[in-house]
Design a protein around this ligand. Structure first.
Ligand code: NAG
Ligand code: NAG
Ligand code: NAG
Length: 250
């Protein structure tokens, strides 16, 4: 929780206790008032509206002109990997680098590292053990939700979401396989929506031959980092997809 949950919040809570003694508890106006005061306190403390949970297809990261480097721990699984869990505002903009005083500390997440190597693999060059990627994600995005999730909670929330949103399994069950063939983006999106119950947003990129391909899938998550929600707003831009895109092998 930290410093934001400060004296003014405590004063409000004390005030509420006094009021609750004076008030009839079943008075709905009273509950409305409690809700208003509590909402104000909480929005000061959390300072974002929802998360984007973003997964990427490694085949589409690696077959670009920029190419990729496998992590020092070896080639990642042939599965979607986590890109990030990003706090966002309903107006479409997002906070970043919110707390330089809370740097990435791998000792807080040592129990999660093997799962992160499997599910949140780094593909950037030069080849590295993943720490560069994870520290970037924490410092740019994670620090902006630190009122809700500490460092361990943040990485763990993303890993839990990854197992909840099993994109490859959902797509393969719908006959959409990473086989280098073209698939209709609206069919991909419908399969994911049917699989998770919420509408995803899809981003594409371009391979060395200039073909558009399935690159990233965004879903939205409530401020606790645990429940999927319908996206309050989709990312700006059109995601660079054509109506039909390749799903390359990895
Ligand atoms: C979006 O909302 C946030 C939080 O209320 C605010 O800080 C930010 O300035 C807004 N950005 C734009 C572009 O309106
Ligand atoms: C990764 O390498 C960095 C040094 O480059 C080291 O500090 C860190 O402990 C390593 N982490 C893992 C998980 O191997
Ligand atoms: C996918 O579609 C693009 C654009 O129509 C085309 O250039 C490409 O050859 C197709 N790929 C396959 C594997 O059919």
């Amino acid at each position: 929780m930290g410093t934001k949950f400060n004296r003014s919040v405590l004063i409000k809570l004390l005030l509420l206790q006094c009021l609750s003694v004076l008030s009839e508890a079943q008075d709905s106006d009273f509950f409305y008032f409690v809700q208003q005061v509590t909402d104000t306190s909480m929005s000061e403390a959390q300072d974002f509206d929802f998360f984007y949970f973003v997964q990427q297809w490694p085949g589409s990261y690696c077959d670009t002109s920029q190419s990729c480097c496998y992590p020092t721990t070896g080639k990642p699984p042939s599965d979607f990997g986590i890109h990030g869990l990003w706090p966002n505002y309903k107006n479409g903009s997002y906070p970043s680098y919110c707390d330089p005083d809370n740097p990435y500390d791998e000792s807080e997440i040592s129990d999660l590292i093997s799962s992160m190597q499997e599910n949140w693999a780094s593909l950037s060059c030069p080849s590295n053990n993943g720490s560069t990627f994870w520290s970037h994600e924490w410092e740019k995005h994670g620090t902006c939700s630190e009122s809700v999730l500490d460092q361990h909670g943040y990485f763990q929330a993303a890993l839990k979401l990854k197992s909840k949103v099993d994109l490859l399994q959902i797509l393969q069950s719908a006959g959409i396989n990473p086989d280098g063939r073209n698939y209709t983006v609206s069919v991909i999106a419908s399969a994911i929506r049917d699989g998770i119950g919420y509408t995803p947003w899809i981003a594409c990129n371009v391979d060395v031959a200039g073909n558009r391909q399935l690159y990233e899938v965004y879903v939205c998550v409530d401020t606790s980092g645990s429940s999927l929600i319908e996206c309050p707003v989709f990312p700006q831009g059109d995601g660079k997809c054509t109506s039909s895109v390749e799903f390359p092998a990895f």
